[in-house]
Design a protein around this ligand. Sequence first.
Ligand code: ADP
Length: 549
Amino acid sequence: MVSDDKPEPGIYERDLDRGPANYQPLTPLTFLAWSASVYPGKTAVIHGDARYSYAEFDARCRRLASALAGRGIGPGDTVAVMAPNVPAMLEAHYGVPMIGAVLNALNFRLDAGGIAFILGHGEARALITDREFSPVIKDALDRLGRDILVIDIDDPLAEGGELLGEKDYEAFLAEGDPDFAWEPPADEWRAIALNYTSGTTGNPKGVVFHHRGAFQNAFGNAMVFGLSRETVYLWTLPMFHCNGWTFTWGVTAVGGTHVCLRKVDPALIFPMIERHGVTHMCGAPIVLNTLIHAPDEHKIALGRVVDVATGGAAPPSAVIAAMERMGFRVLHLYGLTETYGPAAYCAWQGDWDDLDQDGKTARMARQGVRYPTLSDLMIADPETMRPVPADGETMGEVMVRGNTVMKGYLKNPGATGEAFKGGWLRTGDLGVMHGDGYMEIKDRSKDIIISGGENISSLEVEEALYSHPKVMEAAVVAKPDDKWGEVPCAFVTPKPGAEDDITADEIIAFCRERIAHFKAPKLVVFGPLPKTSTGKIQKFTLRDRAKEL
Ligand code: ADP
């Protein structure tokens, strides 16, 4: 740790001081300043038919900063944004922190109660909101019960919605100075963003990011995902999710092009890939599944390899294989809001080139190794904190530490202390370490199924289910059982067209051929799966359902 009160020993302690010439706070804001000076005329942002060059993008962000400052907003104030992936949302990632304020990007799938809680807890001073979400926002502002500055995004591509605020975003930008001279934060440890976790238990927690971590994770992304000035990045991942896993800053760092997208819709995505020459995109496995199962008339054969990074939930190897068949190159990422999004990735090894497709996808389905920008990762016993043997069998909890771990939870020292107990961030994810140093997640601490005293990884059973040709989505949870304690219960969404041609017996027999008999589901229920606001399958709802069966 850098510490001023522990000088270096000997000759290195004398006359070698830290000063403005050799020590500047790390902040992703410098990425924009750099791209705007190196590539002023290059396209930075595309939205529909609109395009902004890097010079224009920079000027718009400065205007936003200046306009906010003109309204008395400054260091340590929270500015919330409720918007899909539109230019205003991206600009807020720069304009808001340029004045030392903190960006709170809201999950647009939340209801009014959830939004009101976050605006209240985060003490938002201003809200920039897309008209499409007006019904929810109007209700949330009523519940909030205090006045804040509200600015509308009147996007021509939005579908309906009334204008609620004092003025429109473009008029607000016009108030600001395009040459506004912003200052980097006094300290890189200052907050840059506030992101609430989806809160599957109790109220959501406000994860606080600092400038230093945002800088480093954005860099880590650029390194592991191979971003460059040629990058054309399609925004299929919501920017509200951990600031788009910090790609909001990472794509700018290399002078790449951001292609905005309001909605994950294959009918839009395939033509946009072709039209703009998209090179990179990200999304949860569910997004990949949407592309795989898109109707044929929406699919367009890719003219070049498109890199797609996926994470947020384990991508079944069948999903990876189907994407690769369509011409995508898949990169598997693992992380959580507390780690600025991705913290680990499945780094490719040269000798995997020689494996057959099944061998490759089996390797790629593992969560892999730490980001080069993360200091340390281990799978350890949560009591003793001792790493488990790298035998691919012994389960432990994934723990990480480094500069891309959150500052902590806002106004919640109890939860922060719990998360950091022992000097590591405890992720709550359970996994094994393989002999080659690659980790594989097996479950979340609460999701594991214990049957007759044996642990069953729900992910392993799901992996078997996903390889069935008639299965589109699957989730496995524990069902209480008098004899075994718990047994695995599967919830399955059949592929379109297979609904009337699939039976529970067939699924169970299929699993018994692939995994240990005691791990095969005892019960199979067909139908749609409940999802959280970030598109994750709600296992707690399924657990409740399983109890009733
Ligand atoms: P929430 O915990 O509310 O779902 P996050 O977006 O922070 O919100 O989710 C992080 C969690 O998602 C991780 O702790 C882990 O359980 C899961 N996750 C993320 N990436 C992967 C992955 N590649 N494989 C398996 N699980 C993953």
